[in-house]
Design a protein around this ligand. Structure first.
Ligand code: SF4
Ligand code: SF4
Length: 433
């Protein structure tokens, strides 16, 4: 197979040992769930229920007609306590439905999706979004432009972020479902080939998947290197093809979905199952790290409590992984569709993410590490001066916010934060994505 390593990248300590061997365990139903109307990229949903309404597990409680969107379902049987605005891990405030669950819950039961419509319509109705963290609505991704033929579906089983192991456990515990999801996606987009890309640090996952490979499905072991799981880097590693500047990945004939997303798509199509819960790796400085199946809307504080609480030296709590996740200002934020992890770090461990203010010494390590071939030091300098035109010239919008540059910088320049600010500014000024 033609294959080419992506440029740049880093080898951060993967810190996955505490949870990679632990089977997925269901977290308890919390006393109250807060289900945000925006758990996806795109237009937020409008609530379809009001205070005092009874809701059933799997019932649609929010939806919107916008093209890039995904409906939201109740994760439990219960009663709507209020519809209010809440804070998310991203720091944004959105409308949410707060539900008081019934004391007795049968989590094996749910309101199945209506069987009407084609497969894309059923995936949309299920509310499935990219579970790797991007939260892009899966049904939209299943509809590439008509002039771009998808020949290969790549399932992303790299999980290259340190600490996170939820995808790893999905591959080990449900390999048949991962492959079923890959075949379903290939069927929808008309691709003849499915490749599951797995980093070499997960040999048990690759072995489990191989038992279901064949007949158009391959398992490809890739070098352990961050950010191997970023979409463009994965396509490059699997197909040896670079996504042309300004084009969609489908321009290479590839369509990438995360392995846990593939399971959710298979469950939606075969069992009419809406997305009501997800696996969250809770790890770092907690008493009982684990891979917990949490109902969407569960407060992060309840998950940490279920994991035995924090241990000595706990400093920051990160939603997601330490490279691309968000430091939480409030632990009552809810688990949402894109919450892959809750990582509790000490103050020293989070130091690279803390804004420092040391000058650049022009060592060029950030440029060597950048998988997108950018010049992060220059972007950082121009963003600091609010010279947005210069950041555009230096291709700030191509930054995938992987954090490699900040990780290697000896003077701990807050490069990703600066580049994020530049991107935000450029987008607000109408720059095309
Ligand atoms: S965060 Fe952006 S600039 Fe920094 S290494 Fe990643 S892609 Fe390059
Ligand atoms: S790694 Fe840091 S110090 Fe070195 S060139 Fe980049 S920004 Fe400057």
């Amino acid at each position: 197979m033609s294959r080419r390593a992506f440029r740049g990248g880093i080898h951060p300590p993967d810190r996955k040992d505490a949870t990679s061997g632990l089977a997925i365990e269901r977290a308890p139903v919390p006393p109250s769930l807060t289900v945000p109307m925006s758990q996806h990229l795109g237009a937020p949903c409008a609530p379809l229920v009001a205070r005092g309404d009874r809701v059933r597990r799997g019932q649609v409680i929010g939806d919107v007609e916008a093209m890039v969107s995904a409906p939201v379902h109740s994760p439990v049987d219960g009663e709507v306590a209020e519809v209010t605005d809440v804070l998310l891990a991203s720091g944004t405030r959105v409308l949410a439905v707060r539900i008081t669950p019934d004391e007795v819950q049968d989590l094996d039961r749910f309101e199945p999706l209506a069987a009407a419509g084609d497969e894309r319509a059923r995936v949309r109705a299920s509310g499935v979004v990219g579970l790797g963290g991007a939260a892009f609505p899966s049904a939209v991704k299943l509809s590439p432009p008509k002039d771009m033929a998808v020949t290969t579906v790549i399932l992303n089983g790299c999980e290259c972020e340190p600490f996170l192991t939820c995808d790893h456990r999905a591959m080990v515990e449900s390999p048949a479902r991962v492959v079923a999801g890959g075949r379903a996606i290939a069927g929808i987009v008309g691709a003849g080939r499915v490749v599951v890309g797995v980093e070499a640090n997960k040999p048990d996952a690759a072995e489990a998947l191989r038992a279901y490979a064949g007949d158009g499905v391959e398992v490809l072991v890739l070098p352990t290197r961050y950010p191997q799981g970023a979409e463009k880097q994965l396509i490059q590693a699997v197909l040896g093809a670079e996504v042309p500047h300004g084009k969609l990945p489908a321009a290479t004939g590839a369509l990438v979905h995360n392995v846990s997303t593939a399971v959710a798509i298979a469950d939606a199509l075969e069992h009419g199952r809406p997305l009501m819960e997800r696996v969250v790796t809770v790890t770092g400085r907690v008493e009982r790290p684990g891979n917990y199946l949490a109902l969407l809307g569960t407060p992060v504080s309840a998950l940490i409590e279920h994991a035995g609480g924090v241990t000595a030296g706990a400093g920051r709590v990160i939603a997601g992984g330490p490279m691309t996740g968000m430091a939480l200002a409030d632990l009552d934020v809810p688990v949402v569709k894109g919450t892959s992890g809750v990582v509790v770090l000490s103050a020293e461990e989070t130091a690279p993410a803390v804004i420092g203010d040391q000058p650049c010494i022009r060592c060029s390590r950030c440029s060597q590490a950048c998988p997108m071939g950018l010049e992060p030091f220059a972007l950082g300098i121009y963003a600091n001066r609010s010279d947005w035109e210069a950041t555009e010239r230096y291709h700030a919008l191509d930054c995938i916010e992987c954090g490699c540059c900040s990780f290697v910088c000896p003077t701990r320049r807050p490069l990703v934060q600066l580049i994020r600010r530049a991107k935000q500014s450029l987008l607000e000024r109408g720059a095309p994505l």
